[in-house]
Design a protein around this ligand. Structure first.
Ligand code: GAP
Length: 517
């Protein structure tokens, strides 16, 4: 009956427009022409976001007896950012195009150039797959196909020079690479580039009311440091035994130079971070465990296993001894969604040094004290929202019309049930309202009585409501309703008792958590 329209390259644009039209995400301060890379969540967006938070929080805190949560402040003592290294090194390399006066991240320009070659390889593989079907051998093609080999050689060359420049912190080498690759500004079309300079991403503000007494503080650029500086408080008051974790969800702020691609890169965003404190020497084992566990969390959502991949870091930050990203296949290609880092005892040691307080753990089994090592899992909430929206957005050809549907996993859908009386009379609204009362204590529901049933279905499809429940005249006779499922559009007749007893479970957070328990 219906056919899915193949999504074109403009998926991101469609998602942005859809998110605005259906109350998910609005540009911030829109009536004042907006504010760059800052967004507001609307009535459906906030429900989706809260559901994702709940999924993460329950998976991390409720399902792990040795993980507890906190909610630390956004303003923190400025020395924290000196200790963490953010004051000196939380920089991005920026480059200006002298003709368009536009500013870019030098590293992003290079990475995008490299990705173009990767895309060419993927196209070539797709071509092979279409031509040879099941007998196509991707690994062999990567080894023998001259077009793929040529593109791979270019990728390897870029990676080599890029890594050398990064490792040596050689900004001139980075600029030279941009020139050699012939990268031009998309606005002016020229390669008239400035020097590459480092730019600190932290927002600075003043604490205190008088000019003389005011001191500079920062809006936190990550939630992690709020966890580190509360390590002792939580460990002592919670009588936590290593290994244990502290989790937190909260806002972070970064003055991103190039803030594009919707909620992928924002200046104000939310992180869901967990620091797991372990015995020194055991960190690699825990790193591997968390790497696997976090990927399983993502996959359980049901956005497609092939849409995730690991990107192990070759170049490690000076404090890390292992790091990987979980990348998601966003409309603009595979990009970081979550970072998992083995941060050694760097952060706690630095805070010990800068605060002068002893930050250690007495291990009764070893009968010794040490500064714990840390495995960090850090996921962007807004990026997860984008992953869900872009993956769920679908256009289907349906009887000569286009049906826009968000196939959002049921457990995190903003509205779970739409309850609709067929008409506004004959007592149908009263029965529907009564059903609404029964279901709304279980989950978020919407009552809809305006417009034709077809129009109401379309509206609910567009916001991703898994089930529409229609009360009609037959309901008055036999207490049954029509339940219409979003993805298949199949309709079944069910008694109201059965609806109340069975449907909430299908859309519950518990159903999702069960997959990863
Ligand atoms: N504490 C470690 C940390 O902050 P990160 O890789 O800088 O690591 C972690 O950030 C996650 O936060 C990223 O994987 C990404 O999902 C999200 N994130 C980072 N910067 C962001 C931004 N400007 N806008 C939206 N999400 C961002």
């Amino acid at each position: 009956m219906y056919k899915t329209i193949t999504m074109a390259d403009d998926l991101l644009k469609k998602v942005i427009a859809h998110a605005k039209e259906y109350g998910f995400i609005f540009p911030s301060s829109e009536i004042y022409d907006g504010l760059g890379a800052v967004y507001d969540y609307g009535q459906n967006g906030v429900e989706l976001k809260n559901n994702i938070k709940q999924y993460w929080w329950n998976a991390m805190v409720r399902l792990h007896e040795n993980i507890v949560g906190i909610d630390s402040s956004i303003f923190m003592h400025p020395t924290i950012w000196k200790a963490s290294g953010h004051v000196d090194a939380f920089n991005d390399p920026l480059i200006d195009n002298k003709d368009s006066k536009k500013r870019y991240r030098a590293d992003v320009l290079i990475e995008e150039e490299r990705e173009k070659h990767n895309q060419k390889i993927l196209k070539e593989i797709e071509k092979g797959r279409k031509k040879f079907g099941d007998s196509f051998d991707e690994a062999k093609a990567r080894e023998t196909n001259p077009n793929i080999l040529r593109e791979q050689a270019k990728i390897d060359e870029i990676t080599k020079r890029y890594d050398e420049a990064l490792n040596a912190n050689d900004l001139e080498a980075m600029r030279q690479l941009i020139l050699d690759l012939g990268i031009v500004c998309p606005i002016s079309g020229t390669a008239n580039w400035s020097e590459v300079r480092q730019f600190n991403l932290m927002f600075e503000t003043k604490l205190g009311s008088t000019a003389e007494g005011a001191s500079s503080i920062y809006l936190r650029p990550e939630t992690a440091q709020g966890i580190f500086v509360n390590y002792l408080n939580v460990q002592k008051t919670g009588r936590m035994k290593i290994p244990f974790g502290i989790a937190q969800i909260g806002k972070a702020f970064r003055n991103e130079i190039v803030a594009r691609q919707f909620v992928f890169r924002m200046r104000e965003f939310e992180q869901m971070e967990m620091q797991f404190f372990v015995r020194p020497g055991s960190e690699m084992e825990w790193f591997a465990k968390w790497k696997a566990e976090r990927l399983a969390w993502h996959k359980a959502l049901g956005l497609g296993d092939n849409n995730y991949r690991y990107h192990d870091h070759e170049k490690l930050a000076h404090y890390a001894n292992a790091a990987t990203d979980i990348e998601f296949n966003f409309p603009m290609g595979f990009k970081e969604l979550e970072g998992i880092h083995s941060r050694t005892n760097f952060d706690l040691s630095q805070h010990q040094k800068f605060s002068g307080k002893k930050i250690q753990y007495f291990d009764p089994e070893l009968n010794e004290s040490y500064v714990p090592y840390v495995i960090e899992t850090s996921i962007g909430l807004d990026r997860t929202v984008l992953a869900v929206l872009s993956n769920s957005y679908c256009e289907e050809q349906l009887d000569g019309e286009v049906r826009e549907v968000l196939r959002i996993p049921a457990a995190i859908a903003p509205v779970k049930f739409a309850i609709m009386p067929l008409t506004k009379k004959d007592g149908l609204p009263e029965v529907a309202q009564k059903l609404m009362k029964q279901l709304e204590i279980e989950c978020n529901c919407q009552y809809e009585e305006k417009d034709s049933i077809g129009k109401r279905y379309r509206r609910q499809d567009a916001i991703g409501t898994p089930y529409c429940i229609t009360v009609d005249h037959q309901t008055l006779e036999d207490n049954t309703v029509t339940v219409r499922e979003r993805d298949t559009m199949e309709q079944v007749r069910m008694s109201i008792d059965e609806v109340v007893a069975t449907l909430p479970q299908k859309v519950s957070m518990a159903s999702l958590l069960r997959k990863i328990q």
